[in-house]
Design a protein around this ligand. Structure first.
Ligand code: NDP
Ligand code: HSE
Length: 432
């Protein structure tokens, strides 16, 4: 058997701790599959409480990144400190020292992917990132390799575990948003700044990564349209459920003749849609290819052990590549420069909740505004009256987003409309 392959671990937080534990727990199977042991020989961490809690030998730990990044005995660096600038600097330094890199850092890849992949290619090193999307779910390698023969027309999924956990608990148990968020943080699902989960940024970063691979054209995080779940009300979740829908934070990436659209926002999904049944911290990603048809990837989207599973899978692949001196398998696959569709051109159905005056002629006035802008109403329900106001829930047929936005602007100016309380897109029906 070959001697051990040495790893430098940057970060011993939730994910780094999971990597450390999984390498101990399954060292026998990992050694057997790789044909040599994996050995964490240096760790960058500044939180010594974590080091003690995990029973890590303090002699392995340093707060000086150079000691890990410049150690000539280290073959592979695992970056799980998170954040953008320092992580970018550390990865570039590791690659320029000829080390392969495995990272879970979607924040970094969705902004600086191009630079990092070019550096990896220039130094003939691997840069793997399976854990950056979908936690433990294999999705990056299947998209890049197993589905390489396809033209991908759609990737749609639930790609944030924290928000899916919160939405599940809110809709099933009627629990309070803040209480469930705290629980998700304690379970290690949330980002260090959980607003990035709640406001859709984390999912947008993951969709930028998936869209770039799926369509072979780089999409960066700032280009992804995003809305989070902070403005969703329990009332809308309840009404949606009565109408036969689940409310999910969805990531959608599609390509058609007009270009590529990439967006993240809450959406109503018919209860019979496979993604509607994805609950708690689970993620699922639906991929449609012209040859394979529909495929769905499902599993735990966050947490120490699932994420460590994806990371160590990448380490094993990088280790094999180093053994065979073939470190270009992770090279960039963005061969094109495809235009991105503006959000106004997106076609969707919409759920709307309006608070309006409860008197004759109001519905006709609202219908007139919609009709004049080409928005066709599929259903209207008067849910309840509140004094002299009525609460209306409408669902539209498919319409261009800009037409809908124009109609909402005009509605807001109608004296009979008291409030446009919600607008949520409806996905997953027969034609979207
Ligand atoms: P944590 O904050 O739990 O862990 C990061 C650790 O790195 C902390 O202990 C932190 O110390 C330490 N650290 C950060 N910077 C430095 C530095 N300059 N020197 C020494 N130590 C440092 O984050 P996670 O483990 O949750 O996430 C890590 C990465 O994995 C992120 O990119 C995240 O987006 C990604 N990820 C996370 C998942 C999850 O389920 N949590 C799932 C998939 C991806 P300190 O606490 O003092 O800051
Ligand atoms: N905060 C992320 C989530 C971690 O909740 O999905 C996994 O990337």
């Amino acid at each position: 058997m070959l001697g051990s392959l040495n790893i430098g671990l940057l970060g011993l937080g939730t994910v780094g701790g999971g990597v450390f534990q999984l390498l101990q727990q399954n060292s026998d199977v990992i050694t057997q599959k790789l044909g040599r042991p994996l050995n964490i020989c240096r760790i960058l961490e500044r939180n010594m409480d974590r080091v003690r809690q995990l029973g890590v030998d303090p002699g392995l730990v340093t707060s000086d990144p150079g000691i890990v990044l410049n150690d000539p005995d280290i073959d592979i660096i695992i970056e799980v400190i998170g954040g953008v600038e320092l992580a970018r600097e550390f990865i570039l330094q590791a690659l320029s020292n000829g080390k392969s890199v495995v990272t879970a850092n979607k924040d970094l890849l969705a902004l600086h992917g191009k630079e990092l992949f070019e550096a990896a290619a220039a130094h003939n090193c691997d840069l793997f990132f399976e854990a950056s999307v979908g936690g433990g779910i294999p999705i990056i390698r299947p998209l890049k390799e197993s589905l390489a023969a396809n033209r991908i027309c759609q990737v749609m999924g639930i790609v944030n575990g924290t928000t899916n956990y919160i939405l599940t608990k809110m809709s099933r148990e009627g629990r309070d948003f803040d209480e469930v968020l705290k629980e998700a943080q304690e379970l290690g699902y949330a980002e260090s700044d959980p607003s990035s989960d709640i406001e859709g940024d984390d999912a947008a970063r993951k969709m930028a990564i998936l869209a770039s691979i799926a369509f072979g054209s780089r999409v960066t995080y700032p280009e992804v349209y995003r809305e989070g779940i902070s403005r969703l009300s329990v009332q809308d979740i309840k009404y949606a459920s009565n109408l036969g829908y689940a409310v999910k934070l969805l990531g959608i990436a599609r390509e058609d003749e007009q270009g590529v659209e990439v967006r993240v926002h809450p959406a109503l999904l018919p209860l019979e849609h496979p993604l509607a049944a994805v609950n708690d911290v689970f993620n699922a990603i639906f991929v449609e290819g012209d040859a394979v048809g529909d495929t769905m990837f499902y599993g735990r989207g966050a947490g120490a052990m699932p994420t460590a599973s994806a990371i160590i899978g990448d380490v094993i692949e990088a280790a094999r590549n180093r053994q065979h001196r073939d470190c270009i398998r992770s090279s960039c696959t963005c061969f094109y420069n495809k235009p991105l569709k503006p959000m106004g051109e997106v076609i969707s159905k919409y759920y709307l909740r309006l608070i309006v005056a409860d008197r004759p002629g109001v519905l006709a006035a609202i219908a007139g505004v919609f009709g004049a802008r080409g928005v066709s109403i599929a259903s209207v329900i008067q849910e309840r009256t509140i004094g002299d106001l009525a609460e209306l829930v409408l669902i539209t047929h498919l319409v261009r987003e800009q037409n809908l936005q124009d109609a909402l602007k005009a509605l807001a100016d109608l004296p009979v409309v008291n409030e446009i309380a919600s607008m949520i897109r409806v996905e997953g029906g027969p034609s979207n």
